[in-house]
Design a binder for this molecule. Sequence first.
Ligand SMILES: CC(C)(COP(=O)(O)OP(=O)(O)OC[C@H]1O[C@@H](n2cnc3c(N)ncnc32)[C@H](O)[C@@H]1OP(=O)(O)O)[C@@H](O)C(=O)NCCC(=O)NCCS
Length: 173
Amino acid sequence: MNLIEIRLLNPDELEKIYQIDRSEEIEHRYRYIDGELKAFDESASVPHDPNYWDTYYETWKEALESGAEAFGALDGEQLSGIVILNPILEPGTEQLLALYVDSNHRMSGIAKSLYMKAEDAAKSRKSKTLYVCATPTDSSVNFYLSQGFEPTATPNAGLFEKHPEDIHMTKNL
Ligand SMILES: CC(C)(COP(=O)(O)OP(=O)(O)OC[C@H]1O[C@@H](n2cnc3c(N)ncnc32)[C@H](O)[C@@H]1OP(=O)(O)O)[C@@H](O)C(=O)NCCC(=O)NCCS
């Protein structure tokens, strides 16, 4: 792997997201029940499928054109990871809209470097809280726990309605 550059992406560069292989082997699914995060044995394979991004592309592009920020991890011309931050979910609360690292680049600290950029950006705006709807899988939930997020008992109502299966997590900045 070459040296990875972490930098702000402009909205037109979002199409590089199609370079990211999001595939993953899942061993557990998580649920937040009665104030407790529980892991259930449930294996699944998410295959490599560039069409995966079609579901999100337009929504994220619009978000970027309306003030959201994306940081990319670039391995030369190759986008190996991305984080997207919506700076206004609620007053003082920013939302991580997306965090993905290419499957061949995982477990080398790229998500952490991307996340730190997003956290610094939120802090520079004096925001108090970060919010994420975490995919209820090992990599996602454990990543956010490792960065100090906790499941919230008071999720954002609109987001909870849209993503009831996700683990809604927050971190105080
Ligand atoms: C979640 C994801 C972004 C992590 O990317 P990454 O670059 O591999 O993460 P990092 O190397 O920065 O890991 C930082 C910490 O997260 C935790 N972590 C990351 N992946 C993990 C996994 N599969 N299982 C357990 N813990 C994990 C570890 O504590 C790790 O710390 P360590 O390096 O000291 O062990 C990546 O696995 C991914 O793209 N997953 C699929 C997409 C997804 O679910 N994204 C989240 C949507 S909300």
